[in-house]
Structure formats: C-alpha cells, structure tokens
Design a protein. Structure first.
Length: 298
C-alpha cells in the first residue's frame, strides 16, 4: 500500500504522542499545570511564526467560535487524561481514553451525513480485542471504577467530540490558523482553571521544565499539526482508530525506558490491534451482506 501524505502525517503524529504517557508517568509536574504549559508553550512558539510568515488567516465568526470550542474540548481532554494517569495507572487511563473510536463511531452515525463504513466497525472490534490482550485480561478483573476511571472515560468522550467538531472546522480553515486559535483558547482556558484551583505555576526542577518543553514541541506542536492535517484529509473515524497504535508504541517505550515487561500475549495483542487498524484502510468497503451470504454458501 502506497503511503500518502495524510497517512504519513498520521504516522508522524502517532509517533510523537506515544511518548506523552511516559512523560506524564514521571510525575515531575501536576497534571493540570502540565496541560496548561503544554498548550501555552506551544502557542508561544507558533504565534510569532504564523504572524511573521503571514500564514494566519482569521476565519469568519461562524468558524471562529467552533475553532475556539475545539481548543477548550482538547484542553479538557488533555487535562482530564493527565489527572487520570497520575491518579491511577497509565495503562488504565490509556485504555479507557482509547475507547474514543467507539464514541466517535456512534457520534458519526448519529450526527454526521457520512456514516462510518462497515470496515470501521470491524476494525474497531478487532482493535479493541487486541487492546484487551495488550493490557491483559486480568486488568479488567481488577479494574477500579473510581474517580480516575470516570475521568479516563470522560477523556475519551471529550476527544471523540473534539474530532467530530474539528473535522467540520478544518474543512473551512487551514491547519496553521486552526492550531493557532485552538492553542490560544486552550491556554487561556487552562490558565484560568489553574488560577482558580491554585495550581503552582513555578518551582519545578530542571527535568520538569525539560519535560514540559518536550510535551509542547513534540507532543503538541509536531504531533497535532500532523494529526490536524491528517484529520483534514481523512475520515475522522479512521484517524481516531489509528491512534490506538499509540498504545503499542507506548508499551515499547515503557519497556525501553521504564523497565516494564513485554509478554508474548502483549505482542500478540499489539499485532491484532494493528491488524484492526489496517482493516479500516482496506480500499474496498466490506459489505456485511456479502459476509453473511458467503457464510451461508459455505
């Protein structure tokens, strides 16, 4: 399969966000303030560039408001996910957040004219089964339905809504202008929350500031410029499901840098998860009628 530019951008974006759970797991800064600096530093770096190069185009009011809402939705998703990771385990938070393809598929089916193809539903089921194998069946037996659990589920729902809204906005505005508006609104929103909740804005170690800088440049700017471009040119459902590949890469990084164990079951689960993602990129739509008719003939 020849990789096109949107697909390449999607791969780059997934690689960039895969290190994020590892950085958060280090707990060098509080979850909420970490989300604020991720957005604020990224906005500080992007804004001068788009102004100097004159690549920022202020959209109409009808487009500007949804773009601002996208920033608030995404900021809420990141903040909630950060807290969920630090209050429970990165595994539980990552798994529950990655249920977003399911919520996105349901939302697309209910609210969008373009309905998810059969390939998406089959790929989702296969990928979710791979995800279950990746984290282990014992994990679900020991799952704690506490506040962290609810926050992780909420994170997935917020991200699904973000993708639905951003898909429409990106059809009317370029990626750089969208990212600029989104980052500014995210920074103001999170900064206001941090002030209300009396979060510490300073006093971090050198390693803490370095992690915040990496989050802003790699996990936010590079990752979401790439993912926004992919979302602009691909189905939102396909982008969302592809992001499940992050779990595989995060597991490998955790094995390399945090000495976490990778088992044969995790490897098989990862392969099944990636297979599910591949199904959604199948060029021909799978017809359930054909599937059942073939099953009847056999």
């Amino acid at each position: 399969m020849k990789i096109k530019k949107p697909q390449l951008a999607l791969i780059v974006g997934i690689l960039c966000i895969s290190i994020f759970p590892i950085l958060i797991k280090l707990r060098l800064t509080p979850g909420l303030i970490s989300a604020f600096y991720r957005m604020a530093i990224a906005a500080t770096l992007l804004l001068p560039y788009v102004i100097i190069t004159k690549k920022f185009k202020l959209p109409t009011f009808k487009v500007l408001i949804p773009a601002i809402i996208c920033g608030i939705l995404f900021a809420s998703d990141v903040a909630v996910w950060n807290i969920a990771i630090q209050e429970s385990s990165a595994t539980q938070a990552s798994l529950l957040t990655n249920l977003s393809p399911l919520w996105l598929g349901i939302g697309s089916f209910l609210f969008l004219k373009t309905k998810p193809a059969t390939n998406f539903w089959i790929g989702t089921l296969v990928s979710l089964f791979g995800m279950i194998m990746l984290v282990g069946f014992q994990f679900f037996i020991e799952l704690n339905f506490d506040t962290a659990f609810l926050l992780a589920v909420l994170s997935g729902i917020l991200y699904a809504i973000y993708l639905l809204v951003s898909k429409k906005v990106l059809s009317k505005v370029d990626v750089l202008s969208f990212m600029t508006i989104s980052l500014i609104s995210s920074s103001i929103y999170l900064g206001f929350l941090c002030l209300i909740l009396d979060e510490p804005f300073f006093g971090f170690s050198d390693a803490g500031w370095l992690v915040l800088l990496i989050q802003a440049i790699v996990c936010q700017l590079l990752a979401w410029l790439s993912l926004s471009y992919a979302t602009q040119h691909m189905r939102a459902t396909r982008v969302s499901l592809s992001l499940l590949g992050q779990a595989v890469l995060t597991s490998i990084l955790a094995w390399l840098f945090l000495d976490e164990i990778i088992t044969l079951q995790m490897i098989i689960g990862g392969i099944i998860l990636l297979l599910g993602i591949r199904i959604t990129f199948y060029s021909k739509t799978i017809s359930m009628k054909k599937v059942f008719s073939k099953a009847g003939d056999s």
